[in-house]
Design a protein around this ligand. Structure first.
Ligand code: ATP
Length: 258
């Protein structure tokens, strides 16, 4: 558990990330604070997913400095990195659920950072942590699905299982990469409302990448606009104007009009 009482959770100082194929993020400086709900917006290829991968420590900056809970991430031991990663939960666009297992096993996967391999193995045969898994599913509104096969759930229900899994982990920061990409408008609203509510209840930080700008404006306190790896704006949502959005999406709008 991080000991810092700082309000700043992430501090990015001129961060760049270079893939072999090119620069995905260039000279990004910004901070993310405790309890915020921040939306990452921008066209496809803008660098939103790469930024989230830096924030969950899957990738390391190729240039610049990334501090998490006041700690430089390039100076972390493997153990410290793992401990930090336990405080960072990620919901991916592709939910990474094991389809042919019962829901309880997918929810319990949120415990893997804490459980021994033996306990995890036993739980695959005889599910452990039933009460906690049930409570997590209750919070996302589908407790009755505990023993159902995951692939027999609807897309929206599977999204809820992914959220319940992250609730088991109980991280301080929740990163969500396009959590509504495969959902219709109504379900997207439900999932965003749920994520925001769950984070607000416990003062957790939510950083979410979204293609749907209206959804981002509706649910996020602050928006970061990225284009071709550059930070175009970082403003409270209410201060983001139509002009700023038009500038951000210029390229995509122009190509849609072709
Ligand atoms: N594994 C990878 N190897 C090489 N290049 C990559 C890789 N992942 C992403 N990129 C490149 O990095 C840039 C940023 O990609 P990224 O996936 O972060 O954008 P994004 O804003 O999340 O896009 P989308 O909205 O389509 O998911 C793009 O040019 C992309 O082609």
């Amino acid at each position: 558990m991080p000991t810092s009482s700082s309000e700043v959770i992430y501090d990015l100082q001129q961060v760049s990330y270079q893939f072999e194929s090119g620069l995905a993020l260039e000279n990004i400086s910004c901070q993310f604070n405790r309890g915020e709900t921040v939306g990452l917006i921008g066209s496809s290829g803008a660098g939103k997913s790469t930024l989230l991968k830096l924030l969950n420590l899957m990738l390391a900056p190729t240039d610049g400095a990334l501090l998490v809970f006041d700690r430089h991430t390039d100076q972390l031991s493997l153990k410290s990195r793992r401990r930090l990663q336990q405080q960072i939960g990620t919901i991916y666009q592709h939910l990474h659920l094991v389809d042919n297992l019962q829901v309880i096993h997918n929810v319990n996967a949120g415990n893997l950072g804490r459980w021994s391999w033996l306990k995890a193995l036993i739980s695959l045969v005889y599910p452990l942590g039933r009460r906690d898994a049930y409570a997590a599913l209750e919070r996302v509104g589908i407790p009755e699905k505990l023993y159902e096969r995951t692939d027999q759930l609807s897309g929206g229900q599977q999204q809820r299982v992914a959220i319940a899994r992250v609730l088991m982990q109980d991280p301080l920061v929740l990163l969500a990469d396009e959590p509504t990409a495969s959902l219709d408008r109504e379900l997207s609203q439900e999932v965003m409302a749920l994520l925001c509510q769950l984070c607000a209840e416990r003062g957790r930080t939510l950083i979410v990448s979204l293609h749907d700008v209206d959804l981002a404006r509706q649910y996020c306190d602050r928006l970061i606009g990225l284009r071709q790896g550059r930070l175009i704006f970082d403003r409270p949502t209410a201060a983001v104007t139509e002009t700023m959005l038009a500038q951000l999406y210029q390229r995509a709008l122009a190509s849609r009009n072709d």
